[in-house]
Ligand binder design. Structure first.
Ligand SMILES: Cc1cc2nc3c(=O)[nH]c(=O)nc-3n(C[C@H](O)[C@H](O)[C@H](O)COP(=O)(O)OP(=O)(O)OC[C@H]3O[C@@H](n4cnc5c(N)ncnc54)[C@H](O)[C@@H]3O)c2cc1C
Length: 307
């Protein structure tokens, strides 16, 4: 039977008031950075916060929600994602300067766009964002970071909408920011974030950003589908060191291979499936455990169903 987006709405008449884009059985794997994985059973791309609120307020209770930004840290399985997938677009909420050093930033804004805005405003502390390909929402959820900085350092307050459409604000101290994780739950959609940097000369900011991007170019694979760091670094070792030591630096599964530039990056040679990536990752975890007695933990979030 053909699906209709109206099937998930308690009040189908609301549909004509929604200003976002709605789809059924829409490929989302192709939108992910790994370029693998299946379709979303239902997909919605909200145009703004009010639109998202309107949708949430008219959903059937039992529908499962999945929220994503730029899909740069997500491996979608080949069988796709059942329930409703909400993709927060780059245009979601924008950037508003609140004071000399504070900004209210929409969750869909890309990290790089914010870094460049801070460069032009002379706000320091956000330079590390220039190398991370995710959205502000994904960055908060993952407590993304690099070069000694992480989201925890620049977040003051996070605005959410719950699945039932309720607006919630959490201050930084109310959120547990860990290493590439937070205690935020899946059904809370980050809508915008109050962020703070400090006044800094734009020339100095630019030099730091140049350096960060040079180091990335030299140490990470460029121009190939990847999900960035596959595993979290452990307390005493970098994940890439463990992969090298365990002899897995040349491992592959189908068309998913370990990058020869950075062993913690897995690359899609072209025709890899999500299963190839998951199997390759699990082979690496197994070998590192057998050889070195250390359990690697996925940093990439794996979602969806097997085929
Ligand atoms: C080439 C490359 C380099 C990378 N370098 C780094 C790096 O240096 N440091 C680093 O930390 N990461 C890095 N990453 C990983 C990734 O970019 C970050 O984790 C990023 O913050 C994820 O943002 P996203 O919008 O892509 O999230 P997605 O992949 O879309 O989602 C990731 C998680 O966040 C949740 N989420 C996303 N948006 C929202 C929202 N609005 N509300 C609630 N939950 C949400 C999702 O449910 C999911 O669990 C890299 C990835 C790639 C491909």
């Amino acid at each position: 039977m053909n699906k209709s987006f109206l099937d998930i709405l308690v009040y189908p008449e609301i549909f004509s008031q929604l200003s976002g884009k709605s789809f059924c059985n829409k490929s989302v794997g192709s939108l992910s950075w790994l370029k693998v994985g299946g379709s979303a059973e239902y997909l919605y791309i909200p145009s703004n916060e009010e639109d998202l609120s309107l949708l949430l307020g008219s959903l059937h209770d039992e529908i499962n929600l999945h929220i994503f930004g730029k899909l740069s840290n997500t491996l979608i399985r080949d069988g796709g994602i059942s329930g409703l997938t909400i993709l927060i677009p780059s245009s979601f909420c924008g950037i508003e300067l609140v004071s000399d050093t504070k900004l209210q930033v929409g969750s869909g804004v890309s990290d790089k766009v914010l870094a460049n805005r801070c460069l032009s405003l002379g706000i320091g502390g956000m330079e590390f964002l220039s190398g991370i390909p995710g959205s502000i929402g994904g960055g908060v959820f993952m407590n993304a970071g690099s070069f000694g900085s992480e989201f925890k350092d620049i977040v003051l307050e996070v605005n959410f909408i719950s699945k039932s459409g309720k607006k919630i604000i959490k201050k930084r101290d109310e959120i547990d920011f860990g290493y590439r994780k937070t205690n935020l739950c899946d059904n809370m959609i980050i809508t915008s974030v109050l962020m703070e940097g400090f006044l800094k000369d734009s020339f100095d900011i630019k030099e730091i950003m140049k350096d960060i991007n040079l180091q990335r170019t030299l140490s990470q694979p460029q121009g190939r589908p990847t999900g960035g760091s596959t595993f979290k670094n452990t307390k005493n070792y970098k994940a890439w060191e463990l992969i090298n030591k365990s002899g897995m630096s040349k491992a592959y599964c189908g068309e998913a291979i370990v990058s020869n530039v950075h062993s913690n990056f897995l690359i899609n040679k072209g025709k890899a499936t999500a299963k190839d990536f998951e199997n390759l990752g699990n082979m690496i975890i197994e070998e590192v455990k057998n050889e070195l007695g250390i359990l690697l933990e996925w940093e990439i979030q794996i979602v969806g169903d097997n085929e």
